[in-house]
Design a protein around this ligand. Structure first.
Ligand code: C2E
Ligand code: CA
Ligand code: CA
Length: 569
């Protein structure tokens, strides 16, 4: 048992310790009397609020009020303190220098032994640093760090909220997906720094459009999205879409470059095109693909027909996968005739799909899809292998100088390991490199001139011949042509077709033949359908011709008969 004296000593010691602890605490502490007027504060209180002790004693702590909370807030706070003896919560106050800051405040009533309130103690900590950190974290996960636009996560969140409101208020909303045309080319050729800067500038322009309530987000890469949360008519979205397209009309000037960039936009509308986040985004994506097919600067609404077309495509893609496994493809060969010797010097391999129900499907119907879905790579391999195998057989039996022309799709031409693959196939069938010629189009080269040039050079080094197909329809410039290590120009069918009826086309063909001669290239005219066309080409000293007038593309067995007969044209 402690005596009264020692009890007193302990109590006074505890008091001293408590006082020290309060004085040095990191939390601000304030004591008030029963009327709520300040009796004392600690160091931290002065540090956080910016006031000195003398300025505070006798005042009501509401000198710190920020004005952010209404009367009801403080009434409720005092009601709780009176009823439960304490309150805690987040409060925004004002420092002496005027700055507003958040704090976590705990207020306790101090009562005497008989339960009468004698005063209050308030303890709080400054939350501003913590808030800043939280905000930064939030920014990082909800905003794109480059453009500071909302990112995909936040966009989806806003869309989800927008859908709920639109459902409740029975109005429409629109999702616009925006994809920049040709951004990758700019990024690759001018460097990522320029690409990043361009994206920032584009984001700035986008931000000036639309209303405050709209969300403009960057979903990643060169993909942006806009949410129009309240729409009276679905057509209103097209006005916004057109504004976004128009906003990029003015070129961007960056590090001495004047950059023109276009955009394509896909639109989906709630509720007719989808009633949830995924549905609306997916359908806007489909519309975007369709818009891109139209070329630059188009917008496109999602529609049911679009969905059906997509379903058809998906079905076809599936069938095509099966067709590769089940060997439903076959090659036709169209003879190529030399106008000097009037004999067959080679043939072009043209792929066909022998569909079990739909019959013979021409390549135009499935090659674009095969390109898009990546199926062109296995299909292309099969084409290369089959063409080489059949040609090797014919060259042994009929004429070892036969040259087979094989079409390469853009994806195939750009694929890694193509040269190795060809080498392997040539070895396997004991065919020489000079027995094959690879046909590529101008546009496939122009997509990536540097890369194409490198590939072409490697091909030539291995003795493979290269032809530019559909020549005259693309946009390759003459200066490029001079530098390309190609062996042949194939004059596009569209010029040959009108050769004897359109003097412009006749002139173009003449010039191409002349150009080829000057550059030391072979020239082939394709799509020759009449004797008159053939005679014209003969007069112009075109070396090779191909077309229905001489022969349609033939199945391998029929083409073989052709070779056997060794016809003189
Ligand atoms: P292309 O390379 O320009 O092939 C020539 C096309 O013209 C062939 O159509 C051929 O049948 C057709 N043709 C030939 N002579 C005449 C003629 O006198 N008049 C008319 N009106 N047409 C003629 P096809 O076989 O339907 O091929 C179309 C396109 O599909 C080809 O155009 C080529 O770009 C692509 N293609 C065909 N086979 C392959 C292939 O094995 N691989 C790749 N990547 N593409 C292929
Ligand atoms: Ca061709
Ligand atoms: Ca062609």
């Amino acid at each position: 048992m402690l005596t009264d004296g020692s009890q007193q000593k302990v109590t006074s010691l505890t008091c001293q310790l408590a006082q020290k602890a309060i004085e040095n605490a990191r939390e601000a502490v304030v004591f008030t009397n029963d009327k709520g007027l300040i009796v004392d504060v600690n160091e931290a209180y002065m540090l956080i609020t910016g006031y000195q002790r003398e300025e505070l004693i006798g005042k009501n702590p509401n000198v710190l009020k920020s004005g952010r909370h209404d009367r009801a807030f403080y009434q409720e706070m005092w009601r709780q303190i009176k009823e439960f003896g304490s309150w805690s919560g987040e409060v925004w106050d004002r420092r002496k220098n005027g700055e507003i800051y958040p704090k976590w405040l705990i207020i306790n009533a101090i009562a005497s032994e008989d339960g009468i309130t004698t005063g209050y103690v308030g303890i709080f900590s400054d939350l501003s640093e913590q808030k800043k950190a939280e905000k930064k974290l939030e920014d990082l996960s909800f905003y794109d760090s480059l453009t500071h636009l909302p990112n995909r996560v936040l966009f989806r969140d806003r869309l989800s909220v927008g859908i709920s409101i639109a459902k409740r208020d029975k109005h429409q909303l629109a999702v616009l997906l925006i994809d920049l045309d040709r951004f990758k080319i700019i990024n690759d050729s001018l460097g990522h720094n320029v690409g990043d800067e361009l994206l920032e500038m584009i984001a700035q322009r986008f931000l000036t459009l639309g209303r405050e309530s709209d969300t403009v987000a960057r979903l990643g890469g060169d993909e942006f999205a806009v949410l129009l949360p309240e729409l009276s008519h679905a057509e209103d979205a097209s006005v916004v879409a057109q504004n976004f397209i128009d906003s990029l009309q003015e070129p961007f000037c960056l590090e001495g470059h004047c950059i023109n960039i276009g955009t394509s936009i896909g639109i989906s509308i709630f509720p007719c095109d989808g009633v949830d986040v995924d549905g609306l985004i997916k359908h806007a994506e489909l519309a975007l693909y369709k818009a891109k097919e139209h070329g630059r600067n188009h917008y496109q609404y999602f529609s049911q027909e679009l969905q059906e077309a997509v379903n058809d495509q998906l079905e076809m893609e599936d069938e095509m996968r099966q067709a590769i496994l089940n060997q439903q493809f076959t090659l036709f060969y169209q003879p190529k005739i030399s106008l000097t010797t009037n004999k067959i010097t080679g043939m072009e391999a043209l792929v066909r799909w022998v569909h079990p129900e739909k019959g013979l499907i021409p390549p135009d119907k499935f090659i674009p899809l095969a390109e898009e879905t990546g199926l062109m790579i296995p299909l292309g391999e099969w084409i290369l292998e089959t063409a080489c195998r059949e040609t090797a057989d014919w060259s042994k039996r009929f004429d070892d100088s036969l040259v087979v022309a094989i079409n390469l799709s853009a994806k195939q031409f750009q694929s890694a390991g193509l040269l190795e693959l060809i080498e392997k196939i040539l070895n396997k069938y004991q065919l020489r490199a000079k027995n094959i010629e690879l046909e590529i189009t101008e546009s496939c080269v122009m997509e990536d001139v540097k890369g194409a040039l490198k590939t072409m050079k490697a091909f030539r080094k291995h003795g493979l011949k290269l032809a530019i197909d559909d020549f005259g329809t693309g946009y390759s410039s003459l200066s490029y042509l001079k530098n390309f290590p190609i062996s042949t120009l194939k004059i596009d069918r569209s010029f040959v077709m009108e050769l004897t009826s359109d003097s412009d086309d006749a002139a173009i063909v003449e010039v191409i033949i002349l150009l080829a001669r000057k550059l030391g290239l072979d020239v082939v005219a394709e799509g020759v359908e009449t004797e008159a066309q053939l005679e014209f080409l003969r007069e112009q000293c075109c070396q090779y011709v191909q077309g229905y007038f001489l022969s349609r593309p033939l199945p391998a067995e029929e083409f073989e008969l052709f070779l056997q007969k060794n016809i003189d044209f």
